[in-house]
Ligand binder design. Structure first.
Ligand code: ADP
Ligand code: C5P
Ligand code: MG
Length: 219
């Protein structure tokens, strides 16, 4: 009623989405899968088609690694080369800051794809400590494929990525970390009925068709 009256008086009425965003908690989809499964590729496609902001934990860590004056540059560098998971205190602060900055710039941007997180127990605990109650985890989008597919894709990406970890030695460690530390986190969410699994071994378009079906259903 009040909005109706305001619009008749030519007072600019905020859109429904805008008003919803003012009271909305950040809505989060965790995006998980092995190294090279196609998380970043699919997140880019999602951003083109849905109102999500993509935050890659790996990208944020790489940016922090090369930020002048960062006290964590060397630590991050050695963890990434070794395929190990950086202590969550660093990662969660980068994620929280990126979420806050996104929402401060545009209140309508409260939907986030958090790619490559939580990757181990420590990540999950850090999320719970800092974000529980402040953000709503809707579900986990899980890109599932074999280690062989992961390795092949990363080695191919390594020809041009310039990444220090797209090589065979780092990849062996990354796959181990994925199997030993990340899979149990996915299983944990599976028990809560929160995992949406996509066969990531198919072509980019076929994978995205499945992703679209999931997002259209989940809203
Ligand atoms: P992640 O973020 O999971 O590590 P990326 O999205 O960076 O994976 O993809 C890894 C590499 O594999 C990239 O070179 C990308 O172009 C390629 N790629 C991604 N998805 C597919 C796919 N469905 N089929 C073949 N290659 C893919
Ligand atoms: O997801 P991405 O492949 O970009 O991650 C690259 C590396 O960044 C990981 O192998 C790991 O060393 C580090 N990382 C991390 N914690 C995360 C995500 C990435 O330590 N949650
Ligand atoms: Mg990636």
């Amino acid at each position: 009623m009040i909005f109706h009256l305001l619009s008749r008086l030519s007072v600019k009425v905020p859109s429904v989405v805008y008003r919803a965003a003012l009271i909305m908690k950040p809505q989060v989809v965790f995006v998980l899968g092995g190294p090279g499964a196609g998380k970043g590729t699919q997140c880019a496609r999602i951003v083109e088609n849905y109102s999500y902001t993509h935050l890659s934990a790996g990208d944020l860590l790489r940016a922090e690694r090369s930020r002048e004056g960062s006290e964590f540059g060397q630590l991050i560098d050695s963890y990434i080369k070794d395929g190990k998971i950086v202590p969550v205190e660093i990662t969660i602060n980068l994620l929280r800051k990126a979420m806050e900055e996104t929402m401060e710039m545009d209140e309508k941007k409260f939907r986030f794809l958090i790619d490559g997180f939580p990757r181990n127990e420590d990540n999950l605990q850090g999320w719970t400590t800092v974000m529980e109650g402040k953000a709503n985890v809707k579900f986990v989008l899980f890109f599932d494929c074999t280690s062989e597919v992961c390795i092949d894709r990363c080695l191919e990406r390594g020809k041009s990525s310039g990444r220090t970890d797209d090589n065979r030695a780092s990849l062996e460690k990354r796959i181990q970390t994925y199997l030993q530390s990340t899979r149990p986190i996915i299983s944990l969410y599976e028990k809560q009925g929160k995992v949406r699994t996509v066969d990531a071994s198919r072509g980019v378009d076929e994978v995205f068709d499945h992703v679209k079906a999931i997002l259209d259903k989940e809203g």
